[in-house]
Each structure stands twice: as C-alpha cells, then as structure tokens.
Design a protein around this ligand. Structure first.
Ligand code: GLN
Length: 190
C-alpha cells in the first residue's frame, strides 16, 4: 500500500509525516516521472489552490491525475485539495479537476482572521480536532454527496464515492483518525 501525496506546493509534508506515523509508504508527486511508481491512493494537500492548479497544468500532471481519480483511485483533498476536486467554485469561472459534484466557497471564514481550531463531530469517528486555515466550505452538493462534518452550521467534510474532502487539516493535529478513515476507503486497515 502506497499513498501518493501531491507535493507541488502547500502542506504536503504534514501528510507524509502522518502516513509515516501509521507505517504507510508515501510517494511525493512532483513530476510525471513520479507517476511511474505505482500508488494506491492520492492525497491533495492544503495550500493555494490557484497556484496548485496552475502547476498541475504546467507540469503535465493535470490529466494523468484526473484520469486516476476518475477511474476510481481513492482521493482525499484537504482544504485547497477540496477546492481542486470541486465541480463548482462559487463566484469563479475556473475550476480544477471538477470531479466531485460540490459547490465550494473559498476563504469562507475571511482571509485574514480565517485561521482557527475547534472540535467537531465527524460521522463514523466522533469528536475530532478541526484546524481551519483560510478554509473553504461546501455550500451545495449533489444528493449523492454524503456530508460527514459541520462547523457552525457549514458543511466542512464530505464523501462521494471514492472521494473524501475536508475543509480543515487533520494532518496538522496528532489525531490520525480521518487519515485512517481515508485508508479504510482504500480497503486497507490501519
Ligand atoms: N484559501 C486557500 C485556497 O483558496 C486554501 C487554504 C488552505 O488550503 N489552507 O486555495
């Protein structure tokens, strides 16, 4: 079992550390060459989605990764990663992979004062720490999207098929249960 972590920009290292902690191999993906190593699941980290979207295209990673996700490779997008997966971005014309039928509002808690931590319920796990950094929210979704967590009345985690998204950053806490939930989606137990 190996998990690919998109490593172009943003908080990928924290995901790699969390995987290490669980004894799961990771593969940092920076170029098409990296895709020659097989991997079973993909993490799209937090960061700046506009920059990541541009780099994905410039480095020719956009279509290969889109194909893998479309073919059912389990994917977890945290924060900017969730923005990359969303089919609609409120008030914006450009989307990125656009494979998950959700409407996402970027920087939903404000740009400057938008970073904070809380504790919230995650379906199937229980109470977890939630760290938000200029976080998006899920503002609308297809009926087949299953909401997993809310903060202050806003949807902040969801699942659709083989796709998991969280507006917050479990990888910035010591709590690995959301990662374990994701690994569970791949059919492996940790
Ligand atoms: N605000 C960022 C964006 O729109 C996401 C922030 C994050 O990933 N922590 O891309």
């Amino acid at each position: 079992m190996r998990v690919g972590v998109l490593a172009l920009q943003g908080g990928f290292v924290e995901h790699v550390h969390a995987l290490n902690k669980l004894g799961v191999s990771s593969l940092e993906i920076r170029s098409t060459q990296d895709l020659q190593t097989p991997f079973d699941a993909l993490i799209l980290p937090g960061g700046e989605s506009t920059v990541m979207g541009r780099l994905l295209r410039e480095l020719d990673l956009y279509y290969p990764l889109m194909d893998l996700i479309a073919q059912g490779m389990p994917v977890w997008g945290t924060c900017a990663g969730m923005i990359l997966l969303a089919s609609e971005l409120e008030g914006e014309v450009n989307t990125h992979f656009a494979l998950m039928p959700i409407t996402v509002r970027r920087n939903a808690f404000g740009r400057q004062l938008g970073s904070f931590s809380s504790i919230g319920m995650f379906e199937g796990i229980g109470e977890i720490p939630m760290t938000f950094i200029r976080a998006p929210i899920i503002h609308g979704a297809d009926k087949n999207v299953h909401m997993l967590a809310e903060y202050d009345g806003f949807s902040v985690a969801a699942r659709y098929d083989t796709m998991l998204v969280t507006a917050f950053h479990p990888e910035l806490t010591n709590d690995t249960r959301v990662l374990q939930y994701f690994l569970g989606m791949t059919g492996c137990r940790h």
